[in-house]
Design a protein around this ligand. Structure first.
Ligand SMILES: C[S@@+](CC[C@H](N)C(=O)[O-])C[C@H]1O[C@@H](n2cnc3c(N)ncnc32)[C@H](O)[C@@H]1O
Length: 228
């Protein structure tokens, strides 16, 4: 199967960059203190940004919060650096960029972060820069494309919606068919394809989840396996 090339998109970043650096707190991630992220807090005023174009409602921006899936993947990658060292990794649905940043810190040769949210791309670039992580950030929906030029696909917390979960699963099937390694981090969201997963590790990490900051010991990292 032919692999598609990824092209980096240019963004009009200045205003949102200023907003993030002025209004969000740059704080270490609980459970992953090696990484600091620009993070929302009650006075950050994120509702001024609006997210209707991307999510169809006023959903709080994913990139400003810590999700258990990305957090557990980052923890696993930093604790098992050989898994990514010297290899290319694509962080699918990157949000804040935590997974790609962990991969870069662990010695990945090339890290590409992909998200459909242009605001996430800006936050991801800022977070990568403050963590001195070399990451190429792409704002694009690649799920209908052929598999990308990479070795590992990392999927942090993308199984919260039925349609998205089905599209992601179909995409991951194409990726493993050409020999890519797929790792998934997830706290057990409703549409997690459990029958396709092989557990690698489990950590108690904080979860923003459905609007609450809570701790879960269910969060785990898995290999995504081919259909039985
Ligand atoms: C729950 S957040 C997880 C973010 C990050 N992986 C983490 O764990 O912290 C889900 C992210 O997936 C992104 N997303 C949704 N649909 C997507 C798609 N088709 N392609 C790429 N990213 C997508 C959203 O914009 C959002 O940033």
């Amino acid at each position: 199967m032919k692999k598609t090339k990824l092209v980096s998109a240019a963004d009009d970043t200045v205003n949102l960059q200023d907003f993030i650096t002025a209004n969000l707190h740059l704080v270490p991630v609980p459970s992953v203190p090696e990484i600091s992220l620009y993070t929302a807090h009650p006075a950050s005023g994120l509702s001024k940004l609006g997210n209707k174009d991307i999510y169809g409602d006023d959903h709080p921006p994913y990139w400003a919060y810590r999700w258990a899936g990305g957090t557990v993947l980052a923890r696993h990658i930093l604790d098992h650096q050989k898994m990514v060292a010297g290899r290319r990794l694509l962080d699918l649905g990157s949000g804040s960029g935590i997974v790609g940043i962990a991969a870069a810190k662990a010695g990945a040769k090339v890290v590409v972060s992909v998200d459909i949210d242009p605001h996430a791309s800006i936050a991801n670039r800022l977070n990568a820069a403050v963590n001195e992580a070399q990451v190429t950030v792409i704002c694009q929906d690649i799920l209908d494309n052929e598999p990308p030029e990479t070795d590992i696909i990392a999927v942090g917390d993308l199984f919260y919606d039925a349609n998205l979960a089905a599209k992601v699963t179909a995409y991951l099937d194409k990726c493993i068919a050409v020999g890519l390694t797929v790792i998934v981090g997830d706290p057990g969201r409703d549409y997690l394809p459990r029958e396709r997963l092989q557990k690698l590790s489990k950590y108690p990490v904080p979860d923003f989840g459905d609007g609450k900051t809570s701790s879960t010991d269910e969060s785990a990292v898995y290999f995504f396996k081919s259909k039985p």
